[in-house]
Design a protein around this ligand. Sequence first.
Ligand code: PMV
Length: 327
Amino acid sequence: MNWTDSGGRDLADFAFSYAPAKIILGGEHAVVYGETALALAIDQGIRLGVTRSAQLDGPVLRSVGWSILGEVRPGPNGAGPKVLREALAKLVELMGSGVRELLFTVDTHLPFGCGLGSSAALSVALIRSIHRFWQLDLPPAKEQGLAFELERIFHGNPSGVDHTVISSGGMICYRKTHESSFIERVNPKQQLKFAVGLAGAHVGTSRAVTLLKERVRRHPDVYGGIFSSIGHVAREMKHCVEQEKLAGLGELMDVNQGFLNALGLSTPKIEALCSIARERGALGAKLTGAGCGGAVIALVDSDPQMIVDAFMAAGYSAFAVASENIL
Ligand code: PMV
């Protein structure tokens, strides 16, 4: 049976996908050096529609949420931000020339490039939409492998924590060595709520990682000690989550933020947002993701709106998010 929409168009010509955004509760950057990170999918993300047009010399990516995106197309008649054009070209390489006939429409309110995993969510959503459109099987390992190839276009040599938690959903402990990655599912007993404040665009994940690498090269033992402490903090955070010790979790977020500051990843705006949140009763606050700008997350045990309002009153963009999966 053929399903059609109200315009009589064959619905087999459309497919939709969704991928959540993420936050890293603890362990960002240290995870690049083999330590544990604790990350969770959140209740906001990217919706993607895909359709086919034989006239396209695509693939083409359009956005109804990201004004910076415009219309993106790779190839000689290319348009749009370079990194997105390269990601679309990679998609053709990974999935075949049929992708050239596809038109993708992104719908999201997520800020782009702020440490909330927008590029990994886009990568996962693109892979999911193509597989749905062509009705292909997509086992989790295959989804993660393909999404990682796209993430490498955005982030150079990512640890893999972003696309892994976005693909798996829920909350995970993630660790990667040279040989393999280790994923442990974490089961929070309650939904975690956060106020998010934006401390401006960050310098870009690969740039932040590269700059830190230069500092590490100068004083490997000093930074190595900080990384292993951060890994310890992330593992302690997992226990707090599992035992519903929210105050303990918040305290560890503050400790983690202190280490991130010591690594040179904080900024005056990030510190100001953390202070505002703590003064207004947040259980803890820290940057999330690459740092040097981007998002600050503040953990709350009540309505996050009061802290969101305080962030906005101080001139920052802000919004509330919560963990995605409740058991
Ligand atoms: O891309 P972001 O801002 O979500 O940061 C990713 C986390 C890092 O640990 C800084 C980098 C990585 O590859 O894990």
